[in-house]
Design a protein around this ligand. Structure first.
Ligand code: F6R
Length: 360
């Protein structure tokens, strides 16, 4: 059942190239710039969008916000479902809610959907389980083709959510006629190349994760830093580490460091930085220099061309634009996985957690 892997989590991390390919099948075509999501064919692009989710799915939603705004010009907010349901959000007919859930049974996410429907908003479900409550109750459902996810810690489901959010942002941008020309020209070919690219680097990512977790296995706490699209990834890297290795970790927007968390930095409090060689790189670099000035150790995911002088650089290949995410995410997942396994934790069944959170 585990296909020769030690844990379901590891198997599911290694399934991600296939997951991306399955999510693209029938939706993008070689030689065409256009993306087709028949599920959304009949609807106009939202005027504004509320994304509602919990946990890892919430992090996927935060990532999706950047693309919805940049590529489709849709004002987007991302809401933790358990917060939205007890607020009085300004939400009504004409609004669109996107509920993201792997299981489709998360109680808070469903409650957020019910609230949206009661107020006359349109609900799109982005969901991995066919026939689940989210899939049944949404006005429109887009399925993430990740296949069954057994490990409690979500990995390939997030990869599938990010793939579909990329496609949805493109479809809405196409519908509104605002999709930036470089996105139209480059995104589909880059997506198509992604499964092979990721497949080729996964074994090396795992080896590097193994090495690094041995160096840092005595850390009591970790800071994960990122900016822009890497901010949701920093949150996700911290969540993965804490939920399966039980090492405390905090994900932070790198620019917020000096507003408090920098006080924590010392040689025993390592930082895991996301520092791809993109437009925000100089900013992240200067944040990391602030960490180093206080004696903090740093692991940094970087790309060719970055000139970071940190304790443990972890170079990954470049991918087009936001698609670098799909190479960084497995590095974070594998770091958490190898750490938990090295520390002898029950990787697939972490204490106190359930796969599907059907109660509040
Ligand atoms: C973390 C994890 C959880 C889920 C959250 C939402 O690894 O699995 O944070 O992401 O419980 O679950 P779904 O997506 O099923 O609504």
């Amino acid at each position: 059942q585990k296909g020769g892997f030690k844990h379901f989590m590891l198997k599911e991390i290694f399934e991600q190239p296939r997951v991306i390919a399955d999510c693209l099948a029938g939706r993008v075509q070689r030689g065409s710039e256009r993306v087709a999501l028949p599920e959304l064919e009949a609807m106009d692009a939202p005027e504004r969008l509320f994304i509602v989710a919990c946990g890892t799915s919430y992090h996927a939603g935060l990532w999706g916000m950047y693309l919805m705004e940049q590529w489709a010009g849709i004002p987007t907010r991302v809401e933790i479902a358990s917060e939205l349901r007890y607020r009085e959000p300004v939400l009504g007919p004409g609004d669109t809610v996107l509920a993201i859930s792997q299981s489709g049974e998360t109680a808070d996410t469903l409650a957020g959907m019910h609230l949206a429907k009661a107020r006359g908003a349109r609900v799109i479900g982005l969901c991995n389980v066919v026939g689940s409550s989210v899939a049944r109750e949404a006005d429109v459902v887009v399925h993430t083709q990740a296949g069954p996810e057994i490990s409690v810690a979500s990995t390939k489901a997030m990869c599938s959510q990010l793939t579909l959010l990329t496609l949805m942002a493109m479809v809405f941008g196409q519908k509104k006629g605002v999709l930036p020309a470089d996105v139209a020209a480059h995104c589909v070919p880059a997506l198509e190349g992604l499964p092979a690219l990721l497949d080729g680097i996964l074994p090396a990512l795992r080896e590097r994760a193994k090495e690094l977790c041995r160096v840092y296995s005595e850390a009591r706490s970790f800071l994960f830093l990122g900016r822009g699209l890497c901010y949701p990834l920093a949150l996700e890297g911290a969540l993965k580490l804490k939920e399966i290795s039980y090492i405390h970790a905090e994900g932070y927007a790198a620019g917020e460091m000096k507003h408090g968390p920098i006080a924590l930095i010392d040689p025993k409090f390592p930082t895991f930085a996301l520092a791809p060689h993109d437009g925000l790189y100089p900013k992240v670099k200067s944040n990391l220099q602030e960490v180093q000035a206080r004696g903090g150790k740093i692991i940094a995911l970087t790309q060719p061309g970055a000139d970071l002088d940190v304790d443990h650089p972890w170079e990954i290949p470049a991918a087009w634009g936001p698609l670098s995410t799909f190479l960084m995410l497995p590095a974070l997942q594998l770091f958490a996985y190898e750490m938990a396994d090295y520390l002898g934790k029950d990787v697939d069944q972490p204490r106190n957690l359930a796969k599907s959170v059907t109660v509040e």
